[in-house]
Design a protein around this ligand. Structure first.
Ligand code: C2E
Ligand code: MG
Ligand code: MG
Length: 565
């Protein structure tokens, strides 16, 4: 705040002492006078008695920076912006006591304006809760902010958005709906304490990285909502979304343990994405759902056609429930080729869904729904059973013995007794354990819990080879690569795609292959489509290749023909 503004505010305060303060005193509540930036200019005795602060300790500090476990400061910062649109706000919030605890108050904040209509200060009147109710309103229905993160809640956000839309003729605003990816898995594996901590850390990171004048609120669960003001168009909103995704990609540190999280963001712009709070929020959520289906950790701008797609999606999850009973799943197989000999060294199983109306659907279109609904457990078991039985059938017909790889999603890996299920499937079909391979992604290793360690230990004991899939796209730390019993490292296809045009990518590729070998892992490259890519991979010492150059995923009969040659 500039010196002269401060002086003005102090002058105003003197006048105020004679006028508003005397009348406010009669309300017998705690009173804080702050300037438009939140700097505390004055407090009354009642506030001091209730909060434990002496006037000298608190005057001059910023109310928005009084941070405690509940982050009340964040809420205040946003509240002050809200008050630029309206003049008065009432609600229930928590204010920190000097000793760190939070006290719950019924708060009235009023703006004092000068003759030009500029806000010069705010009066904050605090009344401590007596009995169960605040005057006139039920306490359960008045809470305006979220206790865990200190952010405004859905109710406040809605009111604020409405005020912004009402008070400005052509508000240039965007709404971002942000949903954390896989928080449920974190809660299930690392516990709710860590889940809550992540929510608090994410809240802080979001507030720190949105442009001045934005409002960040928690909708509930793992959902946040952001109001951006003065956006010049879609590009502005997209830039913010990209920045937030990038910022969230840096792991959080909890006493030395790294915690990873990503998010999916849906964006709506006023008025194309909705002209009232309900529609802006609903459509941003629809766009966010699209991101989830397409594989998370991305953003999506809302388009009107999506509402139809959302309905379709709802139908899809209902249909998915019946797909197993109706026997609509099928498997395709893709060979992995030895770089030196050209022989088949592995076969990857890839799931497809033959939908009665929509035709053949690829995993990207339904795996995330299956994960969210938990259907991935029975579906995954079906895949394991079908792949094992297919490999046994190939072997029984005299074809060479080659391991068959099955993709196991993170949720599936956490299921009760996965090793037991696999053991019984192998036994039931009479297939040796080394003829099955599990492909897991880096997400699984991030869930570094006793349960994960125990599952890996049992699988190793059973002598089932494990590959790390899509390597380079997640956050697999080297510690985990060493710690868990992997046999193969599969380089993600994005690294292969960029081979021809990026020397930088080539250097990364070379380093990944070297890393794999130094850890005694066989290295396989996915998505090999051209002979140039293959030659380079050969030069770098990659052990195997998989991709359209050698064969697209194909039905069992076709793969049998390849195995024969
Ligand atoms: P993934 O395990 O990384 O599988 C490789 C994907 O790359 C497959 O896509 C495959 O068709 C594709 N691909 C292979 N060669 C090439 C190539 O040369 N160029 C390009 N552009 N793509 C290539 P698909 O079949 O759509 O599967 C996508 C993902 O779905 C898989 O990625 C896997 O993570 C998941 N998935 C597939 N089947 C299952 C399953 O049974 N269970 C689970 N949990 N996930 C599965
Ligand atoms: Mg795979
Ligand atoms: Mg892969």
């Amino acid at each position: 705040m500039g010196g002269s503004t401060k002086l003005n505010a102090v002058k105003m305060l003197k006048i105020n002492k004679l006028t508003s303060l005397t009348s406010l005193k009669q309300e017998m509540g705690g009173i804080i006078i702050i300037d438009p930036q939140g700097i505390i200019l004055s407090v009354n005795e009642i506030f001091c008695a209730k909060s434990g602060y002496l006037p000298g300790e608190i005057i001059g500090r910023n109310l928005c920076q009084l941070e405690t476990k509940g982050f009340t400061g964040i809420f205040f910062r946003i509240l002050l912006r809200y008050l630029q649109e309206t003049e008065r706000w009432q609600g229930e919030i928590w204010i920190p006591h000097k000793k760190g605890s939070l006290c719950r108050y019924w708060v009235t904040v009023s703006a004092l304006k000068d003759v030009k209509g500029e806000t010069i200060q705010f009066t904050v009147i605090l009344k401590q809760k007596s009995g169960q109710h605040f005057p006139g309103r039920k306490s359960s229905s008045v809470s305006n902010y979220d206790c865990l993160t200190g952010l405004p809640n859905r109710l406040f956000f809605h009111e604020h958005l409405q005020a912004v839309l009402k008070t400005r003729k052509n508000p240039d605003i965007a709404v971002l709906f942000l949903d954390l990816d896989r928080l449920k898995t974190i809660n299930d594996t690392l516990g709710y304490g860590i889940g809550d901590l992540i929510l608090q850390l994410v809240a802080k990171r979001l507030v720190r990285n949105v442009p001045e004048g934005s409002t960040v609120a928690r909708m509930g669960g793992d959902e946040f909502i952001i109001l951006l003001e003065k956006v010049a168009g879609t590009t502005d909103a997209v830039n913010v979304a990209q920045k937030l995704l990038k910022e969230l990609a840096t792991p959080f540190n909890n006493k030395g343990q790294e915690l990873f999280i990503s998010a999916s963001i849906g964006i709506t712009l006023f008025p194309t994405g909705g002209s009232d709070p309900e529609n802006l929020i609903k459509n941003a959520e629809t766009a966010m759902d699209r991101v989830k289906q397409r594989g998370r950790n991305r953003y999506q701008v809302y388009m009107p056609a999506m509402n139809a797609m959302a309905l379709e999606n709802l139908k899809l999850s209902t249909d998915l429930r019946r797909a197993l009973e109706r026997d609509e799943f099928l498997l395709h197989y893709q060979p992995q080729i030895d770089m030196d000999t050209g022989s088949v060294i592995g076969i990857e199983t890839l799931l497809r869904w033959q939908h009665p109306d929509l035709g053949l659907i690829y995993p990207d279109g339904f795996i995330s729904i299956a994960e969210e609904t938990g259907l991935i457990i029975p579906i995954g078991e079906w895949v394991l059973r079908a792949a094992v039985s297919q490999n046994k059938a190939w072997q029984d017909s005299g074809l060479p013995r080659v391991p068959i790889a099955v993709n196991i999603s993170a949720r599936q890996f956490q299921q009760q007794n996965l090793p037991g299920t696999i053991a019984s499937i192998l036994k039931g079909n009479g297939l040796r354990p080394e003829c099955l391979e599990l492909e897991i992604t880096e997400t699984v290793t991030m869930q570094d819990t006793e349960y994960t360690i125990e599952t890996f230990r049992r699988l190793k004991e059973m002598r089932i080879p494990i590959s790390i899939d899509d390597f380079g796209t997640g956050y697999c730390s080297l510690t985990y690569l060493r710690k868990y019993p992997f046999n193969k490292l599969k380089i993600d296809k994005t690294f292969i795609r960029d081979i021809d045009n990026s020397r930088h990518e080539n250097a990364i590729l070379k380093a990944i292959i070297g890393l794999g070998h130094s850890l005694d892992l066989k290295v396989i490259a996915e998505g090999v489509e051209t002979s140039e890519q293959m030659e380079l991979l050969h030069r770098y010492g990659c052990n195997g290749v998989q991709g359209y150059l050698f064969g697209k995923p194909m039905p069992a009969e076709e793969l049998a023909r390849i195995l024969k040659n």
